[in-house]
Design a protein around this ligand. Sequence first.
Ligand code: UDX
Length: 456
Amino acid sequence: MNKTILCIGAGYVGGPTMAVIADKCPEYKVIVADINAARIAGWQSDRLPIYEPGLEEVVKRVRGRNLFFTTDIFGSIKEAGMIFVSVNTPTKTFGAGAGKAADLQFWEKTARDIIEYSEDDKIVIEKSTLPVRTAAAMQRILSSNTKGLKFEVVSNPEFMAEGTAVDDLQNPDRVLIGGMETPSGAAAIQRVVDIYLHWVPRERIKTTNLWSSELSKLAANAMLAQRVSSVNSLSALCEATDANISEVSAAMGLDSRIGGKFLKAGVGFGGSCFKKDILNLVYLCEFYGLPEVAAYWEQVVRINDYQQSRFVGKMVRQMFNTIADKRIAIFGFAFKADTGDTRESPAIHICRLLLAEHARLAIHDPQALANARIDLAGAEGVEYCSDPYEAARGAHAIAVLTDWREFRELDYRKIFDEMAQPAFIFDGRNLLDHAALYELGFNVYPLGRRALSHLE
Ligand code: UDX
């Protein structure tokens, strides 16, 4: 049996997943291929192209042993028996379904490459998030080959969150493997199950049909995002009343049927998956003639946008209805702590809204400044500061947009003394010690809780 595994796409998903597979399955040869030479060079170097706690250790252990990075996609296709496809499926920006449906051109191109360069039968494993029934399209393209080859398509969605990717891979809640309900489909599923059995208990490996597996990925992310939007919608009500969203979340979360996770109010969810997956779900519902269901899920995204504009609206209102030409320090640009990733980060939208009010921004983030520069390229009035004290110096307000723990450790007395007065803190993640900041003289605006202001 061919024990060479190829992964096409060396991004956030492909790189860490293959590193862990190579680590746990020493008798397999694992190849990660990508057309992007700079990215491959990164994976071969001492400075990996992505930061994930624990990743470097795993990669260093297996690289050159049974994990290899290459730009030779065609040669690797020929060699491998199983091919994971982890190319990006961004949201379509054009044509039918623009703004919602997934753009599948990279996927289709990969399928055609697989046909062209294969010399024997292979299992093709879908690892990117794709709308339900894409695997059927894949199966059709692959079976249209005129070489007499047989390809089995398997869906194996990833459930790793950034910042905990390696741990999520090593100790997954569940592994989903979906395939065709035929004897050859079952055999293909089993080949993939065998890989995971090296380290995942059998009862956590769920095998399903293709469509369930694909839809479960979208459904899980939509349900998680819905919790965040639900709690964020309630945070607005808490601010209007005298309730405290942290207390409400804690009380709700104690109900074992609800559970405590993903109930933290904030400036909204970001990241590469949530919005994209929900919009995919919305598109699918519309496509299948279910407008009510589509509208229901679309509202989850709308509340997320609302939470961000609501946050900016509050800043402007509290700062005497004008922030034009005021310096505002932005603490945190990444979509969550422990990552440099800024895809769909609420900070992007919030900063743009602040700039539209003619504020001047001084952005600090421990990992995400390089991405922030790209996201706000061309915007005027933005400074990027590697030092938080420099960002806050002379600022009228600080807006905390990412839950980086180190923001708690800063010397806020020093920061207060160097800020314009009256000094404001808008804590979009309820991260800081609000009572202590108020004592120092700050006017503190938490999220979903009563403000602590010296001005009223
Ligand atoms: C997510 C899913 O968790 C993962 O299973 C999936 O495969 C990919 O998408 P990720 O995007 O890395 O992972 O981030 P996650 O930790 O899930 O957080 C998503 C967003 O929700 C972040 O912006 C986070 O700040 C926000 N969030 C999360 C809240 O605002 N409140 C919470 O209580 C939890």
